[in-house]
Design a protein around this ligand. Structure first.
Ligand code: 1GP
Length: 252
């Protein structure tokens, strides 16, 4: 439930300290079926989601503002931008994951887009949450890899992924987003989640290729603080129906 007295980030830290797990539904504005928006909204409201993330690698729609306004009207959850580039900023959201793709070596995604975005963000009231974004090989080429033209980190190279996460934390990231890419064949390895969660302090978001309840539970049990579900919900709005019994109730 939204609490406007503290920041979204403070609430994430608080949840982490209480071991209360968070769940984000990722909506890609390009894939919204507008005629079906009311149904989408009611399914989100029936789900155990604690956050709505909005973004995608491309986002060709110019209707992000309209989408967020309509969502906010009926959904009492934080709306958090998860942008692929600066054109995806909307002042209508509550916060933005200010991403730096620290697994890659494409300067545009490390700092270039951020420089372009900074003056735009200064004109908004958005809460800016600095996020170290790490793409791990999920067994297939995903949109993040294609669009960012970076290679994901080897899923077997735990030391390198951990060092990347720790470097992100040392650089001042407030979150780590460990990502196999939307629609990944394989989600991030559980031992990787475990290693990073035990060796960093900041909240850990995990997403990409998590398609069932067991996947969500395993990610939580391994140390994920936030799990992101995009494709599975997009394909089946009833995905969370069965989840209610299994997932920690986050709704009050
Ligand atoms: C993508 O982590 C998110 O950035 C969600 O991935 O679409 O595979 O659930 P999925």
């Amino acid at each position: 439930m939204r609490n406007k007295d503290s920041t979204i980030y403070d609430q994430m830290r608080q949840a982490k300290s209480e071991k209360r797990k968070l769940l984000a539904i990722l909506l890609d504005p390009d894939k919204i079926v507008w005629e079906n928006l009311d149904n989408l909204i009611s399914k989100i409201n029936q789900s155990p989601a604690t956050h709505v993330f909005i973004g995608g690698s491309l986002v060709e729609t110019n209707r992000i503002d309209e989408l967020i306004i309509r969502l906010k009207h009926k959904i009492n959850l934080p709306m958090v931008l998860f942008p692929g580039n600066p054109s995806q900023i909307s002042k209508e959201a509550d916060a933005i994951l200010f991403l730096s793709l620290i697994s890659g070596r494409n300067s545009d995604y490390l700092i270039g887009h951020q420089v372009k975005a900074a003056p735009i963000l200064k004109q908004t009231q958005l809460e800016i949450i600095s996020t170290g974004y790490i793409l791990v090989d999920g067994g297939n080429e995903t949109a993040v890899e294609r669009v960012s033209q970076t290679k994901p980190l080897d899923r077997n190279n735990l030391d390198l992924v951990l060092a990347t996460a720790q470097a992100g934390e040392m650089l001042g990231s407030k979150l780590i987003y460990l990502e196999a890419g939307s629609g990944a064949k394989q989600a991030v390895p559980l031992e990787m989640i475990d290693l990073i969660s035990k060796n960093t302090e900041i909240p850990l978001i995990v997403g990409g290729g998590i398609v069932d309840l067991l996947g969500i539970k395993n990610a939580y049990d391994s140390g994920a603080d936030v799990v992101v579900i995009g494709t599975a919900f997009e394909r089946d709005f009833d995905f969370f129906e069965a989840a209610k019994q299994h997932l920690i109730e986050n709704k009050e």
